[in-house]
Design a protein around this ligand. Sequence first.
Ligand SMILES: Cc1cc2nc3c(=O)[nH]c(=O)nc-3n(C[C@H](O)[C@H](O)[C@H](O)COP(=O)(O)OP(=O)(O)OC[C@H]3O[C@@H](n4cnc5c(N)ncnc54)[C@H](O)[C@@H]3O)c2cc1C
Length: 403
Amino acid sequence: MTASGGLVVVGASAAGVAAAEGLRHGGYDGPLTLVGGEPHLPYDRPPLSKQLLSGVWERERLRLRAPETYSDLGIELRLGVRATELDMAARRVRLADGTELTYSNLVLATGARARMLPGAQGLTGVYTLRTVEDALALRTALAAHPHLLIVGGGFVGAEAAAVARGLGCEVTLVTDQQVPLADAVGAEVGTMLAEVHRERGVRIVTGSPVKEVIAEDGRAVGVLLADGRVLRAQAVLVGIGARPDTDWLTGSGLSLHHGIVCDSLLRAGDAVWAAGDVASWPDPVTGERLRIEHRTNASEQGMTVARNVLAGPSATAFQTVPYVWSDQYDLKIQIYGGTRGADAVHIVEGSLKQRAFTAVYVRDGYVTAALGVGMIRQLRALRRLLTTRTPWDQARTSLPVTA
Ligand SMILES: Cc1cc2nc3c(=O)[nH]c(=O)nc-3n(C[C@H](O)[C@H](O)[C@H](O)COP(=O)(O)OP(=O)(O)OC[C@H]3O[C@@H](n4cnc5c(N)ncnc54)[C@H](O)[C@@H]3O)c2cc1C
């Protein structure tokens, strides 16, 4: 069966919902279909490794919108069915149940999937953390207070470590980096956060990648490190990042390279747009290709795509100051901009020792990011340095820099 979907959005999460809603709020009144591979109403992912995992929230609280919002906005939900094929010439998407949707414009917001260690798929006691099912399965496992081994030194692993310690589990965190979280926050702040985790009882093993999960009778019992060490555990959380969900688009004619390659308008091809974790686009200032796995970016891009679809020739380039946060124990870490590749980090207010500070990241003489721990108001004031390309020498004259 082929139906005219009018505007079709594939991927029913932060980016897809923002796009669909933005299209309606922008005045589009034709058919609008939101296709989602998961069987649930669209939900928010950041709480998965925080409030949902700890049991403070139940899953209903994660919903992005009240159930009636979709019908009120005339958005047809096709949930629990994945798009499997895109025919750009015919402007048609095929779904896993055999139905087809033709489109006038298509928004791809398929996000990313958790990466898994080779050979670990399907083993009992091995977990990832990307979907609500993942989080609930891990939560159930943590209730038995296993020794949890976390593979990966990123935000998701660190947040899960904090929650698991809070629930009374023994926790080992293994990372191939020298300093956990260094990719996300740099070595100085990463060292401070590692200290916090150690004080709370997390054992941290650095500098050696995990080669494989060791299993006995189909159940994970630990991991083998590349340097030959064996670490025993009763549950293993693989937190080694995510990869853009684009396999079904292979051969569609879209350019796929670490995500869906878009132009500055977030246009990926003829009447095809992309938003959120799956989209890569050129930074309008540096020309560098970006793909960001941040919650706020997903909504902002969804809204931008909606505007651009409706704007026709007056579509405008996507511009943002990236923003991400992470909650670990009682610390709230917030970052504007991009910390990667920074060659210097300057503490602006507070101190690492106090675990309350703001810091500015500098690359090639320009401010590229501002990070704050527990200093929300002060950090917000630094955001202005990221809205234009600000030389550090100029910025520092107006800041109370302490280091
Ligand atoms: C555990 C966890 C904690 C996080 N914490 C934070 C945080 O604290 N702060 C922060 O800024 N960010 C955080 N993030 C990142 C943030 O959640 C993501 O950036 C955001 O969810 C991206 O939204 P998205 O809509 O682009 O993609 P996703 O949320 O990945 O959603 C994509 C949707 O598309 C569906 N889909 C995929 N392929 C198809 C297909 N072919 N057909 C139909 N549907 C399809 C998927 O099933 C999924 O439902 C976290 C992520 C995780 C996993």
